[in-house]
Design a protein around this ligand. Structure first.
Ligand code: PLP
Length: 368
């Protein structure tokens, strides 16, 4: 029997164990924020941003960031239809409305022209989600944001390691949000990061993240507003510090796996994650999209994976197909692409022999 292949798994070494153990044994009292501060510093340096706040999740970072932008009842936030629910949920929690626009067929990220067309007087932000490590066209989106006076937010949960013309994903928008969930390239189990270069929004999120207690407030236990409680613990941050010391290795591991699949699957009627000139893709999830005119049965491939104990993962469904939202079949790329696409397993200790098993099942789809 072949060993099971997971769709993803974190890379945890002695270093993470040592730091987490130290935090559990010693990181209390006056040392209770040490790893958190260090993790934020390391993350800022890596990304090249001025401010970072560690959070309990990317969802929480997005929620606080959008609250700090003043997004509220009746407002609209534009985002791609093909997405994970975590980007949309905080918009709904703020009583605003996610407006789903179609994606580009090659990057699977938001179509900037359609984003611009979707702008109304109620639009308060555009969210650029860098799907599976692929980059949104940040030049176009930032120009549109500038022209209409609308902030562009980056959901870079899947894009550690991705770079847009020398700038790291998450560092270009009004603010950026990252996830350190166990499935992501860098993990703290659960966790996230809010980043920005804007001192105003940083101060606002800092206050919101501390249950509305401002740094300048001298009265103890005196909130100035209703805030949030989306903090990261020192123990999680300790794991994060170890992961940051290994960040280049973690990103390289993802790129190694992608390159292997790309090479072994070349010649098949598929496209994989693009890496346009001037960009670097962190390749969080190697993904295949079968060419449109070619017959393909996604469920058949998933069944073949399952029979061989390989985890298959479906491409994100359009959010507007889901029961909480109004259907939007005119987002034709989003509605068509997911049927022809799946994510392939990717983690650091995945061996060539294991990847070859995956490659075999994919290739078999077109073997007579
Ligand atoms: C994982 C993910 C999130 C949510 O991250 P959490 O840390 O689980 O809140 C948000 N957006 C995208 C695009 C993601 O992939």
């Amino acid at each position: 029997m072949n060993p099971r292949i997971y769709y993803t798994k974190p890379s945890i070494t002695e270093l993470e164990v040592r730091y987490a153990t130290d935090a559990a044994a010693n990181g209390w009292g006056e040392r209770c924020y040490e790893y958190i501060c260090r993790f934020e510093e390391l993350f800022k340096q890596h990304l090249g941003v001025k401010y970072a706040i560690a959070t309990s999740s990317c969802t929480g970072a997005l929620h606080m960031g959008m609250a700090a932008l003043g997004i509220g009842p009746g407002d609209e936030v534009i985002m791609a239809d093909t997405n994970w629910i975590a980007t949309a949920a905080p918009i709904v929690h703020l009583a605003a409305k996610p407006v789903f626009v179609d994606i580009l067929p090659d990057t699977w990220c938001i179509n900037p022209e359609l984003a611009e067309q979707a702008i109304t007087p109620q639009t308060k932000a555009i969210i650029a989600v860098h799907l599976y490590g692929n980059l949104c066209d940040m030049d176009r989106l930032l120009a549109i944001g500038e022209k209409h006076g609308i902030p562009v937010i980056e959901d870079a949960a899947e894009a550690i390691g991705s770079q847009w013309h020398g700038k790291r994903a998450g560092s270009m928008g009004r603010f950026g949000a990252f996830s350190f969930h166990g499935t992501k390239t860098l993990t703290t189990g659960e966790g996230g990061m809010f980043v920005t270069n804007d001192s105003d929004i940083y101060e606002k999120v800092l206050t919101l993240s501390n249950h509305g207690r401002s740094r300048s407030q001298t009265k103890q236990f005196w909130p100035d507003m209703i805030g949030f409680k989306y903090k990261m613990s020192n123990i999680q941050a300790a794991i994060g510090c170890a992961q940051m010391e290994r960040i280049d290795e973690l990103i390289f591991g993802k790129r190694r796996i992608f390159r292997y699949y790309l090479k072994q699957l070349s010649g098949l009627p598929i496209k994989m994650n693009p890496e346009p000139k001037g960009t670097v893709n962190g390749y969080w999830m190697p993904t295949i999209v079968v060419d449109e005119e070619v017959p393909f049965n996604r469920n058949k491939l998933l069944a073949a994976f399952k029979a061989d104990d390989i985890d298959g993962r479906v491409f994100f469904w359009p959010l507007s197909m889901q029961p909480m939202f109004e259907e939007k079949p005119k987002n034709a790329v989003s509605y068509g692409l997911h049927k022809r696409a799946i994510n392939l397993p990717t983690y650091h200790d995945l061996t060539d022999a294991e990847m070859e098993r995956v490659v075999c099942h994919v290739s078999n789809q077109w073997r007579q």
